[in-house]
Design a protein around this ligand. Structure first.
Ligand code: DGI
Ligand code: FE
Ligand code: FE
Length: 188
């Protein structure tokens, strides 16, 4: 853990390390509450933004070097590329082979349909960590302790509204994640 933190400090800087450690803390609270494997959640949270400080240009180069197959929306977005690229990089840097950890990192920005509990927790912890401040966040914080799916549905509603207001492209995984929950009857 200490070695990872040192590598992270170099790579993402003190400020984002602060965010990362907050996400770890929130993740562990949620893991205890929802009986998820704490060690997995902790590693995924710690590494979720590993590729965040890389420019889009450099990220695209790395994606090519790694032969990663990313869709056109992800590969042209500085917001979206860091998830899948980060997952690939931590596989190399820290020899992480656990697919659930790698998926939690890959999908932490968009979510996706049928997420595991570990994936849900990292997605939500990133959204509700104490430095985040937007309308409705308190309700989502509270709900995340009671029902992960309902909290994620609220988070996705908020993200999608935000992206529409900015006229941004919405990644299909974000929509699929939300449709999946609605089809399951979450939020009724
Ligand atoms: O890396 P963080 O800042 O900690 O958080 P994050 O990985 O959740 O990234 C948040 C940003 O990603 C935020 O500006 C909203 C954006 N985002 C989330 N879902 C989508 C998205 N951007 C696009 N274009 N499409 C999405 O579906
Ligand atoms: Fe991120
Ligand atoms: Fe983050």
């Amino acid at each position: 853990m200490d070695r990872i933190i040192e590598v992270l400090r170099d790579r993402i800087g003190e400020k984002r390390l602060g965010h990362t450690l907050s996400v770890v803390e929130e993740s562990l609270i949620l893991a205890k509450k929802h009986k998820a494997p704490e060690e997995k959640v902790k590693i995924a949270a710690l590494l979720h933004d590993f590729a965040k400080n890389i420019t889009l240009e450099e990220s695209v180069k790395l994606v090519k070097d790694y032969n990663l197959e990313l869709d056109d929306v992800t590969i042209t977005s500085s917001e979206l590329i860091h998830g899948p690229l980060g997952a690939r990089m931590v596989r190399d840097y820290f020899n992480i082979g656990d697919q659930e950890i790698l998926n939690a990192i890959t999908y932490h920005t968009t979510g996706r349909e049928n997420m595991t509990t570990v994936e849900k927790i990292v997605f939500l912890a990133d959204f509700i960590e104490p430095a985040r401040d937007f309308e409705g966040i308190e309700v989502i914080r509270k709900r995340s302790l009671e029902n992960l799916d309902e909290a994620i549905l609220m988070a996705l509603d908020s993200i999608i509204s935000y992206l529409i207001n900015k006229r941004s492209i919405i990644h299909a995984n974000t929509i699929h994640a939300r449709n999946y929950l609605l089809k399951k009857g979450i939020g009724e």
